[in-house]
Design a binder for this molecule. Structure first.
Ligand code: C5P
Length: 224
């Protein structure tokens, strides 16, 4: 049986790093579902399809030509139509496009099939907003990571600065807040903790502390 661990929560809560490290530690596959929505946002912009035009977004979601590769150094490289878009994918502009395309039911259904294909042996760590509620409701372990808005904006700020993007902390905080609101208040698959999810507030924790807490839970659940 494929073991599935879901990690949901808002942007900047530490889901990405925690999920990638957890997957590596357990030898599981990793699904970055946010990357699928980001890729769709980018494809839409490239093909001049408006992010509100759900009819024309669906074929793009079904057919977009994407690849996830792991480099020898263990880094994940993401290719769109054969081109390395790993850096462009992480900008806050792409994140905003992602959360706009993500609000359409038909788009989410089209991406659901692609996401479930990642669940292969021995197991999967699935990172996103609706992994535990919609995509993998039968997951053996569901985690929900949160942190205060100020801390999450600060983390995103640092990540973007490290990548050489120039941003203002205040502008970023309002973008993160707007994206949270869109994700929490949408009708379809809103960002919410599954009723059986274990919640971890990471505001005061280092990434190693978060990983240790998660590994303890994984151990207690008999998943390693
Ligand atoms: O996780 P990440 O910041 O890359 O996600 C970008 C956007 O994609 C989110 O703000 C959200 O709107 C959307 N998303 C989603 N469902 C997921 C993952 C991401 O709606 N499972």
């Amino acid at each position: 049986m494929v073991k599935i661990i879901t990690v949901d929560g808002p942007s900047g809560a530490g889901k990405g790093t925690t999920s990638r490290r957890l997957a590596k530690k357990l030898g599981f596959h990793y699904l970055d579902s946010g990357a699928l929505y980001r890729l769709l946002g980018m494809v839409a912009a490239r093909h001049r399809v408006n992010t509100s035009d759900n009819k024309n977004l669906v074929p793009l979601a079904r057919n977009m030509d994407i690849q996830f590769e792991t480099t020898r150094a263990g880094e994940i490289r993401i290719l769109l139509e054969g081109e390395d878009v790993t850096m462009e994918l992480r900008t806050e502009q792409t994140a905003t496009l992602a959360s706009q395309v993500a609000s359409h039911l038909e788009v989410r259904e089209a991406l659901l099939v692609r996401q479930r294909r990642f669940a292969t042996l021995p197991g999967l760590v699935a990172d996103g907003r609706d992994m535990g509620t919609v995509v993998f409701p039968d997951a053996q372990l569901k985690l929900y990571l949160t942190a205060s808005i100020e801390e999450r904006a600060r983390r995103r700020y640092k990540q973007l600065l490290d990548k050489g993007e120039s941003v203002s902390l205040r502008a970023l905080e309002s973008q993160v807040r707007a994206r949270d609101e869109r994700d929490i208040n949408r009708d379809i698959s809103p960002l919410v903790a599954a009723s059986d999810a274990i919640e971890i507030d990471t505001s005061e924790l280092s990434i190693n502390e978060v990983l240790d807490a998660v590994l303890n839970i994984v151990l207690l659940k008999g998943l390693m």
